[in-house]
Structure formats: structure tokens, C-alpha cells
Design a protein around this ligand. Structure first.
Ligand SMILES: [Ca+2]
Ligand SMILES: [Ca+2]
Ligand SMILES: [Ca+2]
Ligand SMILES: [Ca+2]
Length: 473
């Protein structure tokens, strides 16, 4: 978590100013229902269960067994090479640059093929120059380190509720998703990315995804890892409050807790809790791209040993969980060796200087013979509620603010979508959480707007959005 934000929050708290929440609480999933024509199109896409895979042409043949696997379960799957998009092989090419060409292609695939799920295949290419196997879009305000942030939601928000294409650059200054641009934000396709940096990554995640969906028996276990995050007057143990919400939403699942209030949060205890595997893992704490940790309640002078990407090769679980990791930059997939953004709270030195090509979220997914099958996290320091300043979600229930706005809402709602709403595919859960959040807080109309919007932009699924949770029976 960015201490800048925490400090700003503390200042606001001390001034006694409650951030004004003006987003109306609309009880619907898709904004497009205001427009019957658009809604009908999206609703029919929802029924068609089809998957669009956008892949570098050099990797296309690697995906053929994956396509066959999906088709075997009735998931119509189209593999499209990125050069085929640029060459206009399917639809005439539109867009000012590579990312916009990809976005227009997804629009055309939604209009023409009723695509429900979109999987972008490819992360950053190896090397010091920033180049990508599959394009990215930097969006939003320069809130941290004077750069914009990775925003894959750009590729998923195609229309607003009147059916107008969402360019995310309505003022046409070639800066996308800023406060001067209109954005609907609501995703119209369920989108994930395999942030592969090598053929080994790609083969690993294909193999793990197929194995996961072919496995009939999944455990009824959810592993929860957290502790105290912020020094607040109420002494809330914020991380544990968040992951306890997840446990509540997964009725019938046995929670196995690694909580700083009860034990040491270290790799051995996390590995022991995971054992042979689990259906889900939810970790929440401070994060520095490669490393996540928490405090023991009230003891803010030292972090727990936590978990870093260097620990992941020692995981040997055979059941691959879906992993949600909350904290700063847990899934910021443009990471490059030593080039880390400054964060005001310093991690231990080994976390700061360990050379890395991937974050903790993607680390779980790319791990061979262990780790997870897909991960949800943030490409930014996420927004959060701090202490107790009122009923921020206007539901008439006074709860700790951490559970009423920001990351403490977004993460548990992924599990709510599955455990309570019965969503069956992981992308639907990601989309449900975002839709719920944007309904409530899409426009908070306060000084926090840019931070809140960045969190929406940066809430990313690194995995197959069509993943059938629990596998195919
Ligand atoms: Ca703009
Ligand atoms: Ca606390
Ligand atoms: Ca409330
Ligand atoms: Ca509250």
C-alpha cells in the first residue's frame, strides 16, 4: 500500500472530512439495460459462451491444443494472430496505434461474433527496451512516479449505455483515461491476460489451465493470508477483515487462515496451509510487486517474513488455486529486473533489490508444478478506506471503512460472484466485482476520484477469463 495515500488519508481523517460518496447505488449488473438494443446484444453474447484469444502470430500454433480443449467443452474459441488484426484479415483495420487496433478488433468481434470472453496472450518482451508480445494501454492520471498506469480494462470497456464506442480519449490529446476523458468503465467483455514473457511461461499456463478444467475433484478449501496493514486509531486488522469477508462469501468452503494475529505469516506456514492445494487463495497486505507482507496487529515497526517470488519455486501443490492478491502493484506486469517504482514504505532490502521479471501475482500463475491457475490483483497501489469515518457505502450498516470502499470491496466481491451469485467462469466474477463497484463508486465525486478510478483501471485478471471454476464435471 502506498504510504502517500495512507498519509493523505490520515490527513483527511484528522481534518474530520469524510470523502463524499455521491455515486448512486444502482441495482443492476449491466448499464446497457437502459438501451434495449445494446442490452440484447450483450445478453445474447452472455449466452453464447465464446472465447476470443488474441495471440502473437509466432505463438499461435502453441494455442491449438488449448482451443481444442475449450471446444471439447462447448466453448467456441477463436484464435486470432495479432498481425492478422493489423493486416485486416477479418475486419478492416481501425485505430491510431497498436492498442487501439486491438480494441477496435474486440469491438468488431463483440458486434459480429458475440464474443463473451477475451484472452490477451503475451506480456512484456525480454530486454531493457519496453516492448510487448501483446499491446498494452497506459491510462489515467500520473499519480505515482510521474507515469500513467497499465489499464487492461481499456480493452474491455467497449460501449457506454447508449452504445457509443469508448475511445477513452474523448478530448483527443493521445492521453487515455484521464480526468479530461469520458469513460463508461463498465466492461462489456470479460477480459484476462496471460502476461507470458517466454514460450516456457506460455506452455506452463496452457498446461495448468487445461489440467485444472479437466480435473473433476477440487478441494473445498480456501487459504487466507493476511494481517494488520495500517496504523489506525480503531486498531482494525484490515487485511484479516478483508479476507474474512471472502470466507463468509464462500459458504461450504473450509477457510485455512494464516493470520498475523494468530501465527507468523511466513513461507513455511503459507505452504503448510496450502498443502496439496486449494480451490482459492486470498492474500491481502502491503506489496512491492514481488513481495507481499503484513504487520502483527499493532506492531508497525517490522514486517512479517511474508512471501516473495523467490519462495514460489518451493511450492509443490498439485491442485492449482485461483489466487487473489490485494496490495500495491501485486500484478503490475511491466516489471523489469531492478526497475521498481519508489514506494514510501520501504520493503526489506531483499525485496527491494531482488532482480525480477514478474510480480507475485503472475509468479503464482507461471510457477511450474505448483502455484495457481489464475490470479487477480492490481497494476496500481489500490484505493482503500482508512479507519472509521462513516457509512461510506450508504447501506445503513456501519462497518470499518476498509470494507466499505476500495480494495476491501473489490477483492471479496470476486468470491461473492461465485459463492453467492453462482457465476461459473472466472471472468464473470472479475466483471461482476467491477460492475458492482462502478455502480457504487464509479463516480465518487471527491478529491479521491483519480485514485479510485486508477484502482478500477488497475484491477486486472491474469488468467483465462473463460476458466470454469472447479473444472468441468
Ligand atoms: Ca485524453
Ligand atoms: Ca490497522
Ligand atoms: Ca456500510
Ligand atoms: Ca464505515
Amino acid at each position: 500500500m502506498s504510504k502517500t495515500l495512507a498519509l493523505v488519508c490520515i490527513c483527511i481523517f484528522m481534518m474530520g472530512t469524510v470523502p463524499a460518496i455521491t455515486g448512486e447505488n444502482r441495482n443492476h449488473l449491466f448499464p446497457s439495460e437502459h438501451n434495449p438494443e445494446v442490452y440484447a446484444k450483450i445478453a445474447s453474447a452472455m449466452d453464447s459462451y465464446n472465447l476470443l484469444v488474441i495471440v502473437p502470430d509466432e505463438w499461435k500454433n502453441e494455442l491449438e491444443p488449448f482451443q481444442q480443449h475449450k471446444e471439447n467443452y462447448g466453448m467456441r474459441t477463436q484464435l486470432i494472430g495479432i498481425d492478422e488484426i493489423y493486416n485486416g484479415d477479418y475486419f478492416s483495420t481501425e485505430g491510431r496505434d497498436e492498442a487501439e487496433k486491438i480494441k477496435y478488433f474486440i469491438k468488431n468481434a463483440l458486434d459480429t461474433w458475440n464474443v463473451t470472453y477475451v484472452l490477451l496472450v503475451g506480456g512484456r518482451r525480454p530486454g531493457m527496451d519496453e516492448q510487448w508480445f501483446c499491446p498494452v494501454r497506459y491510462v489515467g492520471e500520473k499519480l505515482w512516479n510521474d507515469v500513467q498506469n497499465l489499464g487492461d480494462l481499456y480493452f474491455a470497456d467497449i460501449y457506454d449505455d447508449t452504445g457509443i464506442f469508448q475511445s477513452w480519449d474523448t478530448n483527443e490529446d493521445d492521453l487515455f483515461g484521464t480526468r479530461n476523458d469520458d469513460m463508461d468503465l463498465y466492461p462489456d467483455v470479460f477480459l484476462g491476460r496471460w502476461a507470458c514473457r517466454s514460450l516456457i511461461d506460455l506452455r506452463t499456463v496452457i498446461d495448468k489451465t487445461i489440467t485444472y478444467e479437466n480435473t473433476l475433484m477440487h478441494s473445498n478449501k480456501v487459504v487466507l493470508v493476511s494481517g494488520d496493514i495500517f496504523e489506525d486509531q480503531q486498531n482494525y486488522v484490515e487485511g484479516e477483515l478483508i479476507t474474512d469477508q471472502t470466507a463468509e462469501f464462500l459458504a461450504g468452503y473450509e477457510p485455512v487462515r494464516v493470520y498475523a494475529s494468530e501465527t507468523d505469516v511466513n513461507p513455511d506456514n503459507i505452504k503448510a496451509a496450502l498443502g496439496e492445494g486449494a480451490s482459492f487463495m486470498h492474500l491481502d497486505g502491503h506489496c512491492w510487486m514481488t513481495y507481499v507482507s503484513v504487520y502483527k496487529p499493532g506492531q508497525y515497526d517490522a514486517f512479517e517474513r511474508g512471501l516473495g517470488i523467490w519462495d514460489l519455486p518451493f511450492f509443490s501443490n498439485t491442485e492449482y488455486p485461483i489466487v487473489v492478491i490485494g496490495g500495491c502493484r501485486t500484478a503490475q506486469f511491466n516489471i523489469a529486473v531492478f526497475d521498481r517504482p519508489e514506494q514510501l514504505v520501504d520493503p526489506p532490502w531483499y525485496a527491494k533489490y531482488f532482480p525480477a521479471l514478474y510480480t507475485i501475482s503472475w509468479g503464482f500463475v507461471r510457477s511450474i508444478d505448483g502455484g495457481g491457475v489464475a490470479a487477480i490483483g492490481y497494476t496500481v497501489p489500490p484505493f482503500f478506506g482508512f479507519g472509521e469515518t462513516g457509512d461510506l457505502d450508504n447501506d445503513g450498516i456501519e462497518e470499518p471503512d476498509i470494507l466499505e470502499i476500495g480494495m476491501g470491496v473489490l477483492e471479496p466481491m470476486v468470491f461473492y460472484a461465485y459463492g453467492v451469485e453462482g457465476k461459473q467462469h472466472l471472468g464473470d466474477c472479475w466483471g461482476y466485482s467491477l460492475h458492482n463497484y462502478i455502480d457504487k463508486f464509479g463516480d465518487i465525486g471527491s478529491v479521491w476520484q483519480p485514485w479510485n478510478t486508477a484502482t478500477i483501471h488497475g484491477f486486472v485478471l491474469l488468467g483465462d477469463p473463460s476458466l470454469k471454476i472447479g473444472g468441468y464435471p
